[in-house]
Design a protein around this ligand. Structure first.
Ligand SMILES: CC(C)(COP(=O)(O)OP(=O)(O)OC[C@H]1O[C@@H](n2cnc3c(N)ncnc32)[C@H](O)[C@@H]1OP(=O)(O)O)[C@@H](O)C(=O)NCCC(=O)NCCS
Length: 180
């Protein structure tokens, strides 16, 4: 006799594997005027673009890493950025890089998530809605890939990022872990 109960869906691991294999079209409906987006897999990213993304993260976040117990390790960051499962959404304006999101479908506490590794908007493009647009776009990509949750980590003293995630996007704090 079959037991009645909740029908089991695909496992979280199967969801992640499936999401990683899909080529999702990147929606552009959230973008402020003049911007365009390009989705890329790690294997498609030219080395100059990796260098640019690394320099963005270094410029914006190195002081916060350095003053935390994690410290700043450029090699670790580069390895993270170039990991084979990493995917990217690059924003451009007038042919120049204006920002990016890097993310990976992964298992976190046995849940299938889209994990945002980096979000960066170039200084000249800030406060024009591009950060929100990149995150909303990423949410749509996760939805289209069948992934129910987005996760990310940020420094609690990164005021612009905290305002963006908590106040603007209404993300909830799952694990408040302060690393000193
Ligand atoms: C955080 C970051 C991505 C925001 O990008 P952005 O394009 O300027 O963000 P938006 O224009 O979409 O702003 C959305 C909201 O975020 C908050 N915000 C953004 N910058 C802020 C700042 N300097 N001070 C206070 N709040 C800020 C505001 O609530 C803002 O809404 P509002 O403009 O209506 O007040 C950008 O500042 C950045 O790249 N910083 C360096 C890298 C970084 O810290 N990344 C996050 C690491 S996890």
């Amino acid at each position: 006799m079959r037991r009645r109960g909740r029908r089991r869906g695909p496992s979280a691991r199967a969801l992640v594997e499936r999401a990683r294999s899909l080529d999702i079209e990147i929606p552009t409906g959230y973008l402020p005027d003049g911007y365009s987006l390009q989705g890329m897999r790690s294997s498609e990213v030219p080395s100059e673009l990796v260098d640019w993304m690394l320099s963005c993260v270094r410029d914006a976040l190195q002081p916060m890493y350095t003053s935390s117990s994690m410290g700043w390790n450029e090699e670790t960051k580069r390895n993270e950025l170039t990991a084979s499962a990493q995917q990217f959404i690059i924003a451009k304006i007038n042919g120049a890089n204006a920002g990016f999101v890097s993310y990976m479908y992964d298992l976190e506490n046995r849940e299938a998530v889209l994990y945002v590794y980096e979000l960066y908007v170039a200084k000249t493009s800030r406060r024009s809605g591009l950060g929100v647009a990149l995150m909303r776009t990423t949410e749509d990509v996760a939805r289209a890939a069948g992934i129910p949750k987005i996760m990310l980590t940020t420094f609690v003293d990164n005021a612009p990022a905290m305002r963006l995630y908590r106040d603007k996007l209404r993300y909830v704090n799952q694990f408040l872990r302060v690393i000193l």
